[in-house]
Design a protein around this ligand. Structure first.
Ligand SMILES: Nc1ncnc2c1ncn2[C@@H]1O[C@H](COP(=O)(O)OP(=O)(O)OP(=O)(O)O)[C@@H](O)[C@H]1O
Length: 650
């Protein structure tokens, strides 16, 4: 028998996967293993390791390997690993679903028609029973009207549109959930569709499959069962890391006929962190991992503070100092070198100081997705036009400033340049004057409001003003009028043809525009993932040397998401949740435990859990009695800032 080392202990899993990916005898597999066990690495290795013969055969028959990742960043990383070879179709589940259904206009129309009819009938039934004069009543009326309008418009749609990232506006647009439901529907109901998918993909591999939307996962499983032996469905993931309720809860029980390779190692984290992960998991499925011998040690600390009266910023700063002392790693003193995880974005926004921008724009349904992922067109005026221009000016980089203007300003429009010297000169002079006026706002370290910036941009026609922001300019302002004329002349937009912007959106923007412009930069860093903050949900698959997890129920708005107080025994389950638990349904305890598992297992070297609680002593007792923490690993702080340092040094 060969000696097993940490590096080779789980090698048989990769061997099994390799055997499954055979064109002659494809076999489905299910690789479920803990955090940091190298699932994503196995996926990449499996793709890279495919033999030339297989790849040549695939190319010859225009077949592809579908690789589905959870995020665009993960898709980019895998695409890089396979050197962008087009035989690998690497994308997120939404893009994949859309690639399956795109162009099937008649079928989509048919599905939408019957779906809308059902939805309208359901709302009508509720409506008939409901009371008039309530909010819910008015909402139902609005919903029925908009669904009926959509139904009427269906016949005129020539092609449906969809963008996997951001919001989908307009009559022809499909929503994210619809694209998933449509793909699931065709995959289950249409034999022709199934045959097309079979012909196109011999292997469909899904990373983080515990969070793949239920309807599509159900459809893929039944599709696989029906065509077993003709396709390999490869699922990689970890039920303990399911963080959305969308995922199929009992996925591990649905794959009895799949090959099921296993892994024991955690290659990511030091031993102390692996031990904590094992302890957290003990009350769930009990699966345990082994740390690498070359990764001993590691540091974990819990910092407990009362939720009421604690100055979060001061407390978190003091925990960083303390972590630097305990770990001997000075980088803990530098907030930028730590990944700080909060459960909701608004907590990160508050800590990164862009709440004035964040709060209003993250509320309206039609804005929030685009705002949160950085694709909202009106926001991009600030992030992708004004900000780079201001930055270039501040750096004295005339070349960069010109590039921004050339890219987006109607003053330096290509047409203007083509118009000859006169036109170009005039445009350039106007642009210079506009930039000068803009920079005056920032004189003497001033931090103007976004509204001030917008006014100058509009007045000087520096950039087109997106539709959503038009109502925020005073109606009678010459700037608004001039802008409209210019844009119409340039045919850049047709403002009158567009429906008026909803009042909620105008209100949100009016409020957000009061934010200081400096918040735009911090917002951008956050949405582009360049900040040192992340959400519990957003860091799946990632890893960082130092992690700080913040648990703060008192500041968590969506109470259904998680409750650390319930997990740590400070609060009991509500009677309704208890009833659900008795019926075998998932409770907030399991949900929170899984989130905690995901966040803690992102840490490679050291981990600080910052917990705000109504009853810190109870939390402490819980952590110690469960064996999650040793006595000396729990640091209690007093609410009074003056005592904090003393408490921390105890
Ligand atoms: N066999 C191995 N030998 C050495 N390092 C490995 C091995 N497998 C994985 N790693 C490393 O361990 C880390 C975690 O791997 P990976 O991200 O693939 O794990 P994962 O199971 O997908 O994690 P998670 O479920 O937590 O997202 C990475 O840094 C990876 O390079």
């Amino acid at each position: 028998m060969t000696d097993l080392t940490d590096a080779t202990r789980d090698a048989s899993a990769d061997k099994t996967i390799r055997a499954c990916l055979s064109l002659d005898q494809p076999r489905s597999f299910f690789l479920f293993a803990g955090a940091g066990s190298g699932k994503t690495r196995s996926l990449k290795d499996a793709l890279e390791g495919l033999d030339t013969e297989t790849l040549t055969t695939l190319r010859k028959h225009s077949r592809k390997i579908a690789v589905i990742t959870y995020t665009n960043a993960a898709a980019d990383e895998i695409t890089r690993r396979v050197k962008a070879d087009p035989v690998f179709q690497v994308q997120t589940i939404h893009s994949f679903a859309w690639s399956l259904i795109e162009g099937r206009t008649a079928d989509i129309r048919g599905w939408l028609e019957s779906n809308l009819q059902t939805e309208i009938a359901e709302i009508q039934a509720t409506h008939a029973k409901g009371r008039a004069g309530t909010d819910a009543h008015d909402k139902r009326v609005k919903k029925m009207a908009s669904k009926t309008k959509r139904l009427e418009d269906l016949a005129a749609i020539r092609a449906f549109t969809y963008a996997a990232v951001g919001d989908n506006f307009g009559r022809d647009a499909l929503q994210h959930a619809e694209v998933i439901a449509l793909a699931a529907h065709f995959l289950t109901e249409s034999e022709t569709f199934q045959n097309i998918v079979l012909a196109r993909y011999p292997f469909i591999l899904i990373d983080e499959s515990q969070d793949t939307m239920k309807p599509l996962m159900e459809a893929l499983l039944s599709f696989e069962a029906r065509h077993r032996g003709r396709i390999a469905l490869g699922l990689l993931g970890d039920t303990m890391q399911r963080i959305y309720s969308d995922g199929l809860r009992d996925l591990d029980k649905r794959v009895g006929d799949f090959a099921q390779p296993t892994k024991q190692m955690n290659h990511r984290s030091r031993k102390r962190i692996v031990d904590l992960a094992n302890a957290i998991r003990r009350d769930d499925d009990g699966r345990q991992q082994r740390a690498r011998e070359d990764k001993p040690g590691g540091i974990v600390r819990v910092f407990l503070a009362p939720s009421e009266g604690t100055d979060r910023a001061a407390f978190e700063a003091s925990t960083r100092v303390e972590m630097a002392r305990i770990t001997g790693d000075p980088a803990w003193q530098n907030a930028e070198a730590i990944k700080t995880l909060t459960i909701e974005r608004h907590m990160a926004a508050a800590r990164l100081r862009f709440s004035e921008l964040f709060e209003p724009l993250s509320k309206p349904d039609t804005l929030k997705d685009g705002f949160r992922d950085g694709t909202l067109p009106a926001m991009r005026l600030f992030t992708h036009r004004v900000l780079p221009l201001v930055t270039a000016q501040r750096n004295g980089d005339a070349f960069a400033a010109m590039a921004v203007l050339r890219d987006g300003s109607p003053l330096i429009d290509k047409r203007g340049i083509r118009a000859g010297r006169g036109g170009q000169g005039t445009g350039l002079n106007a642009a210079r004057a506009g930039v000068a006026a803009l920079m005056t706002l920032f004189k003497d370290e001033r931090d103007p409001s976004c509204a001030e910036v917008l006014t100058v941009v509009a007045e000087h026609r520096l950039f087109p003003i997106p539709d959503q922001l038009q109502p925020c300019l005073p109606d009678d302002s010459p700037a608004a009028q001039y802008m409209a004329d210019i844009l119409a002349e340039l045919d850049l937009t047709a403002p009158l043809a567009k429906p008026p912007t909803e009042t909620t959106i105008v209100e949100a923007w009016t409020q957000a525009l009061e934010a200081p412009f400096s918040q735009v930069e911090r917002y951008l860093a956050y949405v582009e993932d360049r900040s040192h903050f992340g959400t519990h949900q957003g860091v799946k698959g990632l890893q960082f040397p130092r992690v700080m997890v913040i648990a703060d129920d008192a500041h968590t708005r969506f109470k259904g998401l998680a409750s650390y107080e319930t997990l740590f025994d400070v609060k009991g389950l509500s009677p309704a949740s208890q009833k659900k638990a008795d019926q075998g349904e998932e409770t907030t305890i399991e949900r929170t435990r899984r989130l905690l598992y995901v966040t803690c297992t992102r840490a490679e070297e050291s981990l600080a859990l910052v917990l705000y609680s109504e009853a810190p002593d109870t939390v402490r007792r819980f952590l110690i009695s469960k064996g999650w923490m040793a006595d000396e690993e729990v640091v209690m702080a007093a609410a009074d800032g003056s005592q904090q340092r003393a408490a921390l040094q105890r």
